[in-house]
Design a protein around this ligand. Structure first.
Ligand SMILES: Cc1cc2nc3c(=O)[nH]c(=O)nc-3n(C[C@H](O)[C@H](O)[C@H](O)COP(=O)(O)O)c2cc1C
Length: 195
């Protein structure tokens, strides 16, 4: 068994700091599995989840930042219900993270501007296709035309704020599962769970 990312030999605080640090580490390494978590929302038909690129980690504020097109289904779903969950799994470390919280969808303001200014112009097409994401197409090439000058109009910054973070460390003989609960950005409770 490879070295464990966490176990009961560390304090809750040490584990919690390490988990946020590992999330943040993924930002600098495109092959890191935490770079591509799954974001879950609720739709009228039930739960929905999709892969997103992790764009920023604010460990102090317990925030995860994502980017998207404001016309996408997830944005409509978050307008109805801001509750969301983020899931990530690191196969080599055998470490699963489950974040529970809520998402604020930003389309202006200082944080939005900072995020938008960081996008290379040659990626504007990701936020400015002529057709809204999810639109049915008669022909695939209909998907290509974009209107880069509209990118600022459609670009959305999603700020996921964590209420709870649960981590599961798989281990051949003895798994470890821990739950951290936050309120007003502060760690309020930490507890081992039956895995
Ligand atoms: C590796 C990978 C990274 C992705 N990153 C993003 C992203 O950062 N933002 C985004 O909106 N969609 C991203 N997508 C596409 C989404 O998974 C999804 O297909 C799209 O956003 C439409 O989702 P929705 O209809 O639920 O809104 C990514 C897909 C993959 C496979």
């Amino acid at each position: 068994m490879a070295q464990l990312f966490f176990s009961d030999e560390q304090s809750f605080k040490e584990i919690e700091v390490d988990l946020w640090h590992e999330m943040a580490k993924s930002l600098a390494k495109s092959s890191h599995p935490f770079r591509y978590p799954s974001l879950a929302t609720q739709s009228e038909e039930g739960p929905q989840q999709r892969t997103v690129v992790l764009r920023s980690v604010k460990s102090t504020a317990k925030e995860l930042w994502f980017y998207t097109d404001g016309r996408s289904a997830k944005v409509q779903e978050l307008a109805q219900d801001e509750r969301a969950a983020v899931h990530a799994y690191h196969p080599r470390k055998k470490l699963q993270l489950r974040f529970k919280g809520s998402v604020k969808v930003l389309k202006s303001g200082e944080k939005w501007q900072e995020a938008f200014d960081g996008i290379p112009k040659n990626r504007y097409f990701e936020y400015s296709t002529q057709k809204a994401p999810g639109t049915g197409l008669d022909e695939v090439p209909e998907a290509y035309p974009s209107q880069p000058e509209q990118a600022a109009q459609y670009f959305r910054l999603l700020i996921f704020k964590t209420d709870q973070l649960e981590a599961l460390q798989l281990n051949a003989n003895r798994h470890f599962r821990v739950l951290f609960s936050y309120s007003q950005k502060e760690l309020r409770q930490a507890q081992w769970l039956q895995p």
